[in-house]
Design a protein around this ligand. Structure first.
Ligand code: ADE
Length: 246
């Protein structure tokens, strides 16, 4: 898979993604990342890409030409084919694990990052397939949001994580959060790792973890629990778990 990022601050994106698991994924050739500097497509010879807003809005906006120039460059790098094109924006649909799986199916993904007060709406309407937000808050630019999306998508690409199990058993995969997990030592600050995880058989451990995951989802994300249609017997097990009875 190839990621392209149209940005005014490529070093923000590469500094993060060249590091650790994503950096190793790229070194192994599992995916690639190319930043396209929008300033290279400024409509003047002094590199200015922003301007004031029609209708009296405060601040500056990115003009359409540098964004379109970066888009055309991405199309050229994709052999003349339009890449799936996403605009990072607090007005977009909120990103989640299902969207990460959906985006991971594209061969070429172009992510456009705004800055300042954003990007002229005409070019966004013309070239973008969708707008994605990473949450209901406003960042200084789309770069941080693009990093979040690329990180979440890249780890789903075969060869980036050591084994597929790493992402079949984790939070947000079955509409619930992951069960708490423990490592050595078996006792820390008088707190013991649950006995069943040390001595139980696989089926008992799986059932324990499923109930522990449901209890954490209940506490931390009741909105997710509402969609799960919990059976009466699971509710009984969750309540027993809460009371420390299983
Ligand atoms: N740009 C600014 N805020 C953003 C957000 N919450 N998500 C995506 N892009 C953004």
């Amino acid at each position: 898979m190839k990621f392209y990022v149209a940005t005014l601050f490529p070093e923000q994106v590469t500094t993060y993604l060249d590091t650790s698991i994503t950096g190793r994924g790229m070194a192994k050739g599992a995916f690639s990342l190319e930043c396209i500097q929008m300033r290279d497509f400024a409509p003047n010879n002094y590199g200015r890409i922003d301007d004031t807003i029609y209708g009296g809005g405060t601040g500056m906006m990115i003009r359409p030409e540098p964004v379109y120039g970066a888009y055309e460059k991405a199309v050229e790098l994709c052999g003349g084919k339009k890449p799936h094109t996403v605009y990072m924006s607090p007005k977009g649909q909120v990103f989640n694990q299902a969207k990460a799986h959906e985006l991971a199916k594209y061969d070429n993904l172009l992510i456009i990052c705004g800055h300042y007060e954003g990007i002229d709406a005409r070019v966004i309407n013309e070239i973008c397939d969708e707008e994605i937000s990473i949450g209901d808050y406003v960042l200084t630019g789309g770069e941080t949001a693009a990093i979040v999306v690329i990180d979440a998508v890249a780890r789903l690409i075969p060869g980036v994580l050591p084994n597929e199990e790493a992402y079949t058993n984790e939070s947000h995969t079955d509409g619930m959060l992951e069960a708490p997990q423990y490592t050595k030592p078996p006792v820390w600050h008088d707190k013991e790792v649950p006995e069943v995880l040390k001595n139980g058989n696989d089926a008992v451990i799986a059932d324990y973890n499923r109930i522990a995951a449901l209890v954490d989802t209940w506490h931390n994300r009741p909105d997710m629990l509402d969609k799960l249609n919990i059976s009466e017997s699971d509710w009984a097990k969750m309540l027993a778990f809460e009371r420390g009875m299983c």
